[in-house]
Structures are given as structure tokens and as C-alpha cells.
Design a protein around this ligand. Structure first.
Ligand SMILES: [Zn+2]
Length: 143
């Protein structure tokens, strides 16, 4: 694995992503280039994808009636952990020079041991697959 140089501080990271909403917008830009894409039929036509009227970040596809969010088909799929904790967890894993234990994730993120194992496993798997979200986190760290 490449040695990543840690160029932004945790403080800067948290300043850049202060809210759940800022993280959602970041992931949407990274994954979809701001054009939500249906995970079921791959439809990305703006007029056929609309916002759910009451749930921010949830989209509906007119073609196949699928409801989806930026989490679908990503390492955050079907997880109840907030996007902020995911983003920070990814940051911790990709920038830890000597690796990070599941116990450290528990402490840093305030999640359960079970969630930490789940998250750590998914992040490591995504790292191996050159995941677009993980490369985004590495870019954040390098800019
Ligand atoms: Zn669809």
C-alpha cells in the first residue's frame, strides 16, 4: 500500500465537513457528479429522478420506482452509521500509517465495537478495490 502523507489535520477535515448534509453533498458529487443515478436501472436523467418530498437525500426513480440515496451500492450500503462517521472513519483508516485498530475507531467515532468491525471491514475491502469514495478521501487528504 502507498504511504500517504497526512497533509490536512483532523481539525481541517471536520471544518470542511461540518454537517451530515455537507458529507452527503460531497459523496453525491464524488459518486454521481451531482446527477443522482438510480442504482437499479442506472437512470441518470435529471427529469426522471426526483427528490423524496420529505426525506432529504432520498431520491426516487420514475422509471423503475426505486428509492435510493448516495449510500446504495457503496460501502455505506444498508448502514445506520451517519455519513459523517463514515467519512471520518475512512479518513482515519486511509491516513493511519501503522493501521488503526477497531478499538481506536470505537473511541474516535463513538460507535459500538460491532459497528467498528463492520465499518473497518468494509473500508479495508473498499481500499483494496480502488474504490472511488476511498480515492476521494485520499485526495482530500492530499489537497
Ligand atoms: Zn431506476
Amino acid at each position: 500500500m502507498t504511504q500517504y502523507t497526512n497533509t490536512i489535520s483532523t481539525f481541517e477535515l471536520l471544518e470542511r465537513f461540518p454537517t451530515e448534509e455537507s458529507d452527503r453533498l460531497y459523496f453525491e458529487q464524488k459518486l454521481w457528479n451531482n446527477k443522482p443515478k438510480c442504482p437499479s436501472c442506472a437512470n441518470q436523467t435529471p427529469k426522471q429522478i426526483y427528490h423524496h418530498p420529505s426525506r432529504l437525500g432520498l431520491y426516487c426513480c420514475k422509471c423503475c420506482k426505486t428509492q435510493f440515496s448516495v449510500r446504495n451500492n457503496t460501502l455505506m450500503h444498508a448502514s445506520k452509521i451517519s455519513l459523517r462517521k463514515w467519512l471520518y472513519g475512512m479518513y482515519l483508516v486511509v491516513t493511519a500509517r501503522k493501521g488503526i485498530s477497531s478499538y481506536q475507531l470505537v473511541k474516535e467515532l463513538g460507535i459500538t465495537q460491532k459497528s467498528s468491525w463492520f465499518m473497518g471491514h468494509r473500508i479495508h475491502k473498499a481500499c483494496k478495490n480502488n474504490n472511488v469514495i476511498i480515492s476521494g478521501i485520499i485526495e482530500i487528504d492530499e489537497t
